[in-house]
Write a protein that binds this ligand. Sequence first.
Ligand code: F0G
Length: 454
Amino acid sequence: MPIMEPYRIKVVEPIPITTRAHRERALAAAGYNPFNLAATDVTIDLLSDSGTGALSAEQQAAGMRGDETYAGARSYHRFHDVVSELTGYPYAFPVHQGRAAERILFTALIKPGQISVSNTHFDTTRANVEIVGGEAVDLPCRAADDLDSDAPFKGDIDLEALEAVLSSRRDVAVVLITITNNGFGGQPVSMGNIKAAGEIARRHGVPFFLDAARFAENAWLVTQREPGYENHTPRQVAEEAFRLSDGCVASLKKDAIVHIGGLLGLRDPELAAKCESLLIATEGFRTYGGLSGRDLEMLAQGLREVTDPEYLRARADATSYVASLAAAAGVDSVRPTGVHAVYLNAGRLLTHLPPSQFPGFALASELYLAGGIRCAELGSLYLGELDDVGELLKPAPYELVRLAIPRRVYTQSHLEYVGETLAEIAKEPERVPGYRLTHAPKLLRHFNCKLAPV
Ligand code: F0G
């Protein structure tokens, strides 16, 4: 079955078609770090699904209605109405992106020495917990250990471990469930798990939050995989999930299909007052939070469009299609396939490379060299423990490569091209060279490091 997108293309943007020789020069000049590549050197960009989606005609039209009044703009009220209908939160602060919401919430909520417990903290989320003196504890469920199993909700938090942490002497400031679990394979969290985790948190008097960056994609997978939700719409599932929580932080660069924007949603008036002061001091007044009226309008419209079941089906099909092309080429990926990305198992493909030569990074580089495809490593370079000179002390549990699929951007032919490029590499995997670090900064290593082929 072809992927049947419920939209057609009205505006196009050229993408660079380059030669291997050009890409070899570009990657070497970038210190082999894909974050240093210029967009003009990239043919298919699968580095992130964040802020990279295509706007709809209705979003562009909404943008034209943007009201740029400093305080109380009409656009804010439209944003607020759409968000409160979706989430039920009485307080909905716009922020410029997800990590701004994280910083504000954790500054207000977490005292030094307290912990934040999650299924998996995204890296900025973890950094924002640590910046305020807290500790981020990840409790992924056991099913997540097996990359190949088809367990439907490998994004769940381990409920027993959560109960144990909350019953211990540890001082827990917040329980945060990331939907979907981007740090682990883009796997969804079941509604059963959200409900149970919320009940445990409430019983222990701890606030229960969602990191809702991909709330609609999580809701779609719930309708497909969770008994009892077959006849729900993704919208109904999303509304229920928000209503089970005390608030959310959300990067709206994903499931509001816009280029910039975020949300801090809250129920508690005291916490909202604290966050509002921080928002005004660092982001902007409460009715714009660092965004323009145009952005707020496009966000409101995107939040309406994203739960369309036909859109979500086509998007999920596109991602599964990439995973099936990879499988046909003999390249395994984390199962079952989620919606925003395919996580290739590079460790299993490049068995000739030890973790110290960063097989995930090697596969990501080869995808760029062979086809101009940019993507991100999620393996020992990103998650491993290194010493001061960049030697690997402790490898990551897996060597993965994330192919993140931007929303409404690439056609089936683009995806086929990705599959063909991967198949070419997989024919002779032993030809892919390993890499060593030549520059390994302590902070935010994967953004700033430099490497060279071994
Ligand atoms: N939470 C999750 C689950 C995310 O995936 C991201 C961003 C954030 C928070 C931070 O949001 O970027 O708007 O400040 N993820 C992007 C990615 C960068 O490529 O996965 P932000």
